[in-house]
Ligand binder design. Sequence first.
Ligand SMILES: NC(=O)c1ccc[n+]([C@@H]2O[C@H](COP(=O)([O-])OP(=O)(O)OC[C@H]3O[C@@H](n4cnc5c(N)ncnc54)[C@H](OP(=O)(O)O)[C@@H]3O)[C@@H](O)[C@H]2O)c1
Length: 510
Amino acid sequence: MICRLSDGPRALTPCSIVIFGASGDLTARKLIPALYHLHGEQLLPEPLRVIGFARREKTDESWRRELREALEQFSRTRPVDAGQWGTFASNLHYCRGDLTEAAAYQRLARQLEGFGEAALGRNILFYLAVSPSQFGAVVEHLQRVGLLERDPPMPAWQRVVVEKPFGHDLTSARRLNAELTRFAHEQQIFRIDHYLGKETVQNILMFRFSNAIFEQLWSRQAVDHVQITVSERPGVGGRGGYYEEAGALRDMVQNHLLQVLALVTMEPPVTLESESIRDEKVKLLKSIRPIPPEAVGRHVVRGQYAPSQVEGQPLPGYRQEAKVAPDSDVETYVALRLFIDNWRWSGVPFYLRTGKHLPLSASEVRVQFRPTPHVLFAARCGETLDANALTLRLQPNEGISLRFNGKVPGTSVAVRPVRMHFSYDSEFGAYTPEAYERLLLEALAGDATLFIRRDEVEAAWSIVDSIRAGWAGQALTEAEFYPAGSWGPAGADRLLAAGGHQWRNPQPAS
Ligand SMILES: NC(=O)c1ccc[n+]([C@@H]2O[C@H](COP(=O)([O-])OP(=O)(O)OC[C@H]3O[C@@H](n4cnc5c(N)ncnc54)[C@H](OP(=O)(O)O)[C@@H]3O)[C@@H](O)[C@H]2O)c1
C-alpha cells in the first residue's frame, strides 16, 4: 500500500533558467549535471531554455563543450548519454557580460525575447551562483531592465535562487535580505541549503509524522539526549581561502546542523504547506536557549586539526594547508550542547558536532532513549545494559536503525544490544538523485518548503553570533588541537561526560 501525497511529477510551466556564474565551479559540478538528469527523466518543463551569464569569452558551442567535459567528470551516471546530452545541450545558451554592467542585462533581455515564445521571457528562474556580495547588484539590474518584477501579471513568475553563505553574521544576513527584498518579494526568494534536498533529510518529517509509535516517544518523557554528527574525512584541501573566512561554526552549524535539529525537534505543522512547515522550524529555532558569550566555554568546544599520520600517510595540519594563515585560529571542529526551552524538550541536551579530518565522512542523528529503571536487568548489569537508541543515518549507508536488547542464545543468561535495520538501498534499490535535482525542480514548481525563509536564517545567525562573540580575541589553546584523522579534541568528550553521556561515533558503511 502506497499513500501518494502527490500524483507524480507536477505540471511545470515553460520557462527559462538564467545562471549567473555560468563559468564557475557550482554550475559545472552541480547545476548542469542536475539539469541533465532531470532532462533525462523528462521532469523538466517543455520548452525550457538555460542561459549562462559570466564575464569570460565563450560561445554557446564552447560553453556546451566545457559543460559536457565537466559532466563526464561529475555526473552521477556514466557514461554520459550522448543522445540525452544532445537534446539537452541544444537548449543551453551563453550570455557574456559583467554583472555590474547595465548593457549586459539588456543583452540578456534581448536573448530571452529572441526565444520567440512569450513564456520563456516572462517565467524565469534566476540562479545566483555568484558571491553573495553580488546578489544586490544582480537583482537591482534585473528589476531595472524589467526581467524581475515584484508582482508579475499572472501567470508569469520570476524567482531568485541564492546559495550559501547567506551572510557571515546576523547583521550581514539582514543586509543581504534587505537588498534582495527591495526588488523581490520574500516569496520569490529561494535560499538553498542543499542538505534539505537530500532524501534522508526529507524523510525525517515523514518518519516522525507518519509513524505513531515513534512520535509518542519523541519528547523529554522518553528521550535522554540527542546527538547530531556531521563528520568529514577530508581536510579543507584547496578551499583554505574560503574556510579562513568561514570556520566550522558558520560553514556547517549555522545552516546544515541547525536545519537538521529543527526537523528532528519541531512540532507537527498545521498542514504540509511550505509556510506551515517553515513556521514550525522558525518557532523551534527561536526556542533554542541562547548561549551567552561568557558561557560559551561551558557549552561549546572548538578544535583545529593538527598534523598527524594515518595508516602511515602524513596528514598536514590546518595551519599547513594552502591559503591558510600559519597562526590561524579558525575552528575546523565544533561540538556544542544546546537546550530547547519548550514544553516538549525542556531539559533534554542536544549535542551537535561537526569537523574536518575526522575518521570518516558521515551524517547521522542519534536519538538516545532513557535507560530502563534500575531494577531487574538494569540492576544486575548496571552501565553495561545499553539504553535504546534510534539512529537516522543521513549519509552514507542511508537508513534507520533501532537498537534494543536481546537475549544471547545459550544456557547462560546474557543480554546484548541488537539492531533492527532499515536501509534505503535494500528496500527501494539504489536511487540517489543529487540534492540539486530535487531543489531545482522545487524551485521551478515554486514550492519553497525545502528552502530557507528569511526569519530562519536570521534566527540561526543569532545563535551562532553569540558563540562567536565568546571566542572573539581568544587564540586556540594547545588542548583545542586534535590530530587529523581523530574524532576531535578531548574537550568534546568532557562536554558529554559532564552530563553522564558519551559520543557514539558513526560506524563505517558495512
Ligand atoms: N562550488 C560549490 O560547490 C558551492 C557550494 C555551495 C555554495 N557555493 C556558493 O556559490 C557561489 C558560486 O560558487 P562557485 O564555486 O561556482 O564560484 P566560482 O567557481 O568562483 O565561480 C564564480 C562565478 O561568478 C562569475 N562572476 C564573478 N564575478 C562576476 C562579474 N563581475 N560578472 C559576471 N560574472 C561574474 C564568474 O565568472 P567569470 O569569471 O567568467 O566572470 C564565475 O562563473 C559562491 O557564493 C559559493 O560560496 C558554491
